[in-house]
Design a protein around this ligand. Structure first.
Ligand code: HOZ
Length: 453
């Protein structure tokens, strides 16, 4: 109904998964999900959480500590979701909790400048060499949306290139052949995006430089920039092939277009200085989020001074936000970044994630389940396809039904993975060798149960 009457009664609760059952909910999670569906579309505030890709009822989380979470029914899980990336220190890290308490006692929002936001901006600029100046926003979506507006303002051009299967948040124009939940739910190009917006988004193939060059050959003079995840994380983890990022840098520089790295996931995750430092390719603009907010809503975009000075109030590109630079988000972000500055942090992340990936590779091989594990630093995905997995087409060859069975077998045994094949898993500094070894042993038994091997 458009512009019609108010709803006078709640819509019937849709049944979305087998575990909802025919009668009464059995668990507190099932009860909450039944209630949630009366008030929230699909019962969730972000689609992938609904478990539609894997079936069943989402577990509602009660609390987290370190590498573990507990659901509202008292079940404990080793967590590899990590709130989709921000919790590189694990849940409720004491330094973050302390910083939050202190910040909250001083007031939660002012809509006016605070000293702490300057500190976080300075930390970011010092960490990421390509960022001379940074603007804090509230989410990765806002960061990418704003960076694209800025690229357009700076170049005076309209078109943007994105890659099929990459996800940069849910702004109009970026929901074209998008990854993550859009791909998981079979709506890579969202309804409600006007054709006139979508037509400004050109879509190329990840890890295929020739597909980019072809677009530049036709539209070169009107391309404002390329936005790319330097490690794709929203179709599952797919690393950039050798020379791909360098090729994007070369093509954009030659055409006077901007190169935007969406480091919302990879920023401070694969290296303290970002994927751009790990792979030695310098973008013009960088989008950040997740880790820089330590688990609170935050995002940021930054880059070369001559581009950033176009942002209002210095320049004509407008972007604003009541909660931007929020003292709580900034405090949690700074506490997280300071912990990450400790010596050996990234070596530990690398080692722990390697132990997990190697162990899982062995388990899958012994079970003779066709699979391929992609890992970059502490982000990884196990694809249910023999691999290699270097392109979206290879990602899409994965057996998602098998993933669903494996996901539930792991969940039942106390390991929480992303409820979709097309997402990344995250290892944190809180994961111990014992957590990893238990996970590998659980995977062995989960595979047996899921595939009866
Ligand atoms: N788009 C997020 C994963 N890449 C999912 C966000 C959520 O459901 O919290």
């Amino acid at each position: 109904m458009v512009g019609g009457a108010f709803l006078t009664s709640r819509p019937p609760v849709p049944r979305t998964g087998s575990s909802v059952g025919l009668n009464m909910p059995n668990t507190r999670s099932e009860q909450l999900f039944a209630d949630a569906q009366k008030y929230i579309p699909g019962g969730v505030n972000s689609p992938v959480r609904s478990f539609r890709a894997v079936g069943g009822t989402p577990v509602f989380i009660d609390r987290g500590s370190g590498a573990h979470v507990w659901d509202v029914d008292g079940n404990e899980y080793i967590d590899y979701l990590g709130s989709w990336g921000p919790l590189v220190l694990g849940h409720a890290h004491p330094a973050v909790v302390e910083a939050l308490k202190k910040a909250a006692e001083g007031g939660t929002s002012f809509g006016a400048p605070v000293a702490q936001e300057v500190e976080l901006a300075q930390l970011i600029c010092e960490a990421v060499p390509s960022i001379d100046a940074v603007r804090l926003v509230n989410s990765g979506t806002e960061a990418c949306m704003s960076a694209i507006r800025l690229a357009r303002a700076f170049t005076g051009r309209n078109k943007i290139i994105k890659f099929a299967g990459c996800y940069h948040g849910h702004a109009d124009g970026l929901l074209v052949k998008a990854g993550s939940g859009a791909m998981t739910h079979g709506i890579p190009t969202s309804a409600g995006v006007p054709e006139s917006y979508a037509s400004e988004t050109l879509v190329a193939d990840f890890n295929d430089l020739s597909s980019v060059e072809s677009l530049f050959a036709v539209h070169g003079e009107d391309i404002a920039g390329i936005i790319v995840e330097p490690v794709a994380g929203n179709m599952g983890v797919v690393p950039a092939a050798d020379g791909f990022l360098e090729g994007l840098r070369r093509v954009t520089s030659a055409a006077g277009a901007t190169l935007i790295f969406d480091e919302v996931i990879t920023g401070f995750r694969v290296d303290y200085r970002g994927a751009q430092s790990r792979f030695g390719v310098t973008p013009d603009l960088t989008c950040l989020g997740k880790i820089i907010g330590g688990g609170l809503p935050v995002g940021a975009y930054g880059g070369r001074w001559e581009i950033m000075e176009m942002v209002a109030p210095l320049g004509p590109m407008y972007q604003a936000g009541t909660l931007s630079g929020n003292p709580l988000a900034v405090a949690a972000g700074m506490a997280t970044l300071r912990e990450l500055q400790r010596p050996g942090t990234y070596d530990r992340l690398e080692e722990t994630a390697r132990r997990l990936a190697d162990g899982l590779k062995g388990v899958f091989a012994r079970a003779e389940v066709p699979s391929s594990i992609n890992r970059v630093g502490s982000m990884l995905t196990g694809f249910f396809t023999p691999g290699p997995v270097e392109t979206l087409a290879q990602v899409e060859a994965s057996d998602t039904e098998a993933y669903g069975r494996y996901f539930h077998a792991m969940l039942d045994r106390g390991v929480y993975l992303a409820p979709s094949q097309f997402e990344a898993g995250f290892v944190s500094l809180a994961h111990t060798n014992d957590d990893i070894d238990r996970t590998i042993a659980i995977a062995e038994s989960a595979l047996k149960a899921a595939f009866e091997v």
